[in-house]
Ligand binder design. Sequence first.
Ligand SMILES: Cc1ncc(COP(=O)(O)O)c(C=O)c1O
Length: 466
Amino acid sequence: MYDHITFEITELIAGIRADALAALTARERARFAAGRPRSRELAEAARAVLLDGVPMHWMLDWGTPFPLFLEAARGAGFTDVDGHHYADFCLGDTGAMFGHSPEPVAAAIRARADRGLTAMLPTADAIAVGRLLQEAFGLPYWQVATTASDANRFALRVARAVTGRPRILVFNGCYHGAVDETFVRLRDGRAVHRPGLLGQAADLTTLARVVEFNDLDALEAALRDGDVAAVITEPALTNIGIVLPEPGFHAGLRALTRRYGTLLLIDETHTISTGYGGYTRTHGLEPDLFVLGKPIAGGLPAAVWGCSAEVATRLRAVRASVDGGHSGMGTTLSANAFTLAAMRANLEAVMTPAAYARMLPLATRLADGIAGVIRARGLPWFITRLGARAEFGFLPTPPRNGTEAAHASIHALEHALHLYLLNRGVLITPFHNMTLVCPDTRSEDVERLVATLGTCLDELLAGGGA
Ligand SMILES: Cc1ncc(COP(=O)(O)O)c(C=O)c1O
């Protein structure tokens, strides 16, 4: 009876038609490939010598048909091997948050380059670095590691050593680098391994508890047994999209950790975007242990961890009670002369209050611009800003915890937007639509990003060429 009627069922993905998304993605992938013959050539050559054709497997996660090969980067932009120039809002996912090759860091590297790179001996730069870290973050004692993953691993080891407790606690949706104990998630109220882990030997759920961010009752229940050495957290979650702390959360977190004798490890590796001295200084947090990696040496592999005077005293006491041997902390190239020279220059002349004074208003304009683009098209999406960092996600309101945040991310849509912008000379991070501004970002770049995103959404809403 209804033969003559055809029903068209079109799936909507966060307000965008699935067929429009597929059409736009196919068109943009073709455009990317056609315009980048040299990147394609290098990608083919790389497949013969590098596992899966890249030196580090994340470089395949960009949603492009083949990797984009970098030629040169400076300040807020970079050029690919085919000669295209890009305004860079990804900035090495925070590693280049103060711009590519900032001149004071580049000069320090040049000055150090032929005076010895690594000798397992301290240089005078180390003292200057320690003083600058004290000044910026308030903690009295510092150590240098090669990556934030390492620094977190070492700081957690310190926490277990001084408390004599086995477990740690993380918030659902966290990421702290390649740190075994933190690879847990909350599912149906229980800790489970994070999906995708390879080669896992130990049951991490015996080492880590996991609760939702912003849930102080669950936190207290998890600390009450007195077996948790440390809570490790970013001040706001950023690795599952941004989840901001609710009013009173940090005060509650600090009070509960003190009440149950658990140390508080604040990982500022991404939230350093908040302002000078990171979220910790801006909001007066009082961590026992502190970690910062990525941009700390202007883009060279480096990280630091710091501790309170009390933790330092307890650590010395524990050390005195063991008979030497390897502490399980430290790597040979950490704190070498080359890194310390770059870190000093970065802390003295690049990562300064003046740099933030330039970045924060620009990031506000960027976030307001994107909010306007989303609002004008009536899409059920939110945007959140954390200082120089802004991200938009595919929910009507910002998420309150890791579980909600996981629903705000839709890879197919993220990849399409990322690819469209990339093809028009604007790079944003290919996951949870992360954008960062650096001191060199120009207001024209911000306007271009906002306008290009608007055009992309108009094309998607018009069918994406489907
Ligand atoms: C909050 C946080 N901590 C630590 C890390 C690990 O940094 P790396 O990969 O440089 O070791 C990351 C990486 O994204 C991070 O976001």
